[in-house]
Design a protein around this ligand. Structure first.
Ligand SMILES: Nc1ncnc2c1ncn2[C@@H]1O[C@H](COP(=O)(O)OP(=O)(O)OP(=O)(O)O)[C@@H](O)[C@H]1O
Ligand SMILES: [Mg+2]
Length: 274
């Protein structure tokens, strides 16, 4: 085997002042910290752009742990998680995968889009996600006990074709599961202001557009404007782009192109506000 070692992204814990901003919608911060302190894995469920990744960054920074991120896809193999033998300069040596590394070093391992990962590969998580807190490296006959501080966090978006119900009960029931959603209007307004620096009036109108679209489109399916798309629109406005143009390109177009959402329904809702 000569392919490159699995890619993972590690970031050192930032200083306290650099804790990424996260606005909670409930008690998720306390809940997640308590679960991780008990050594229990956490599953985050929520629509696109509702703050799942930001939440993970916030939690790991407040705990002062390094964060190792794995983005799951249907090509993710057990070797991509645990490690593999690599040939380097004629030598064959074992190279730990990101999950094994995180366990050895006591990092927080975050598996994004975990439902995309095939069942065979997910099996590697079982012993890490229960009382054993270890990784079985069958190929090198080693059992790696997770170091203190190790935490497993996973997330997925239930609006995708795959969902949590596609995961085995034995897998699901190992996790403390936290459902996140878009913030209420006050919360989203604060996020827009802090993330983009736009003034109160602009933020208020952007939130009003999102609220109207979420309500108006709820019968059309799971598609809804995300907080992320509002933040991006707000950023463009703060760069001098007209508000209606920013809404068109950051909120409306991503909603209707490539989805079943009827453009007329969106246009009707948005034009009543601008
Ligand atoms: N509760 C929140 N607190 C602070 N910022 C938030 C919050 N929710 C959303 N945001 C903003 O929205 C952006 C997108 O959030 P994030 O990337 O965490 O979404 P996500 O849930 O991981 O989405 P996806 O499922 O598409 O990966 C963040 O970069 C941040 O600017
Ligand atoms: Mg994310």
């Amino acid at each position: 085997v000569t392919d490159a070692p699995p890619v993972s992204l590690t970031t050192e814990p930032p200083a306290r002042a650099d804790v990424p901003y996260y606005r909670p919608s409930g008690t998720e911060v306390e809940l997640c910290r308590a679960a991780l302190e008990c050594g229990r894995p956490v599953m985050l469920v929520g629509p696109t752009g509702c703050g799942k990744t930001r939440f993970v960054e916030h939690i790991t920074a407040t705990l002062g742990r390094p964060l190792r991120t794995i983005v799951g896809n249907d090509d993710t193999t057990t070797a991509d998680l645990l490690g593999r033998f690599l040939v380097t300069g004629g030598d064959v040596r074992w190279v730990d995968g990101p999950l094994t590394l995180a366990a050895r070093r006591g990092e927080i391992c975050y598996i994004d889009e975990v439902v995309e990962v095939r069942r065979e590969a997910l099996a590697a998580l079982y012993p890490l996600a229960d009382d054993r807190r270890c990784v079985f490296l069958d190929r090198v006959a080693e059992v790696v006990a997770a170091a203190p501080g190790f935490g497993l966090m996973c997330s997925y978006n239930p609006g995708r074709s795959l969902g949590f119900k596609d995961l085995r009960s034995a897998f699901r029931q190992r996790f403390v599961t936290i459902a996140l959603d878009y913030l209420d209007e006050v919360g989203e307004l604060e996020v827009l202001r802090r993330e983009s620096g736009v003034d109160q009036d602009v933020a208020r109108r952007l939130v009003a557009v999102a609220t109207a679209l979420r309500q108006g489109l709820s019968a059309e399916g799971p598609e809804a404007p995300s907080t992320r798309s509002l933040v991006v629109a707000a950023e463009l406005v703060s760069r001098g782009i007209a508000e209606d143009v920013a809404v068109q390109h950051c909120v409306v177009a991503p909603l209707v192109h490539g989805s079943d959402v009827p453009p007329a329904a969106v246009t009707e809702i948005v034009s009543s506000l601008y």
